[in-house]
Design a protein. Structure first.
Length: 94
């Protein structure tokens, strides 16, 4: 059964590979996308590993959805929002 939860440190490499497999292309290799994902987890001042939701099947991350918490400004007020990015599922599990 698919387990959906916040990612842990142990999930990070598998999640980065899942995202890279979905978003590599002519302009970026698998390794480049994977490195971007790992860098953003370490350097984004708004994000935490708990903001990365993963689907786990057989101990492997088979899907991922990063939620990007950001402050937004509306009518002079600061509000919190969560942007959705890089939604993916491994091709073998679609």
């Amino acid at each position: 059964m698919l387990e959906v939860r916040a990612a842990t440190t142990a999930d990070l490499d598998s999640a980065a590979d899942c995202i890279a497999a979905a978003f590599r292309g002519a302009d970026r290799t698998h390794a480049q996308v994977r490195d971007e994902v790992l860098k953003s987890v370490r350097t984004d001042p708004f994000a935490s590993l708990g903001d990365l939701r993963v689907g786990i099947l057989g101990g492997e991350v088979v899907s991922a959805v990063p939620v990007l918490p950001r402050p937004i400004y509306m009518g002079g007020a600061v509000l919190s929002m969560g942007g959705i990015a890089a939604v993916c599922t491994r091709e073998s599990h679609r």
